[in-house]
Design a protein around this ligand. Structure first.
Ligand SMILES: [Zn+2]
Length: 74
């Protein structure tokens, strides 16, 4: 199952206002994967796991990792 869509004029992690695309994917190992790709090259990847934990990784267009975290269910 996929729920994909493009967007226009959102603020990327680097601060620029750009267009981009969202991807959402569901599978057995990782419950939900949400990815956002910005036109400037920034991207954001979020995984939701069965136990309710969420991992989030935001990478700027130059490859610099801005956020890389795992939030537990509690
Ligand atoms: Zn950027």
């Amino acid at each position: 199952m996929n729920a994909n869509g493009s967007f226009i004029g959102l603020q990327a992690p680097c601060g620029q206002i750009v267009d981009g695309e969202n991807y959402e994917d569901h599978d057995d190992e990782v419950v939900v994967t949400r990815e956002t790709f910005y036109a400037c090259g920034c991207r954001s990847i979020q995984h939701e796991y069965h136990d309710g934990a969420v991992s989030r990784r935001i990478v700027r267009h130059d490859g610099h990792v801005l956020i890389d975290e795992l939030l537990s269910a509690e």
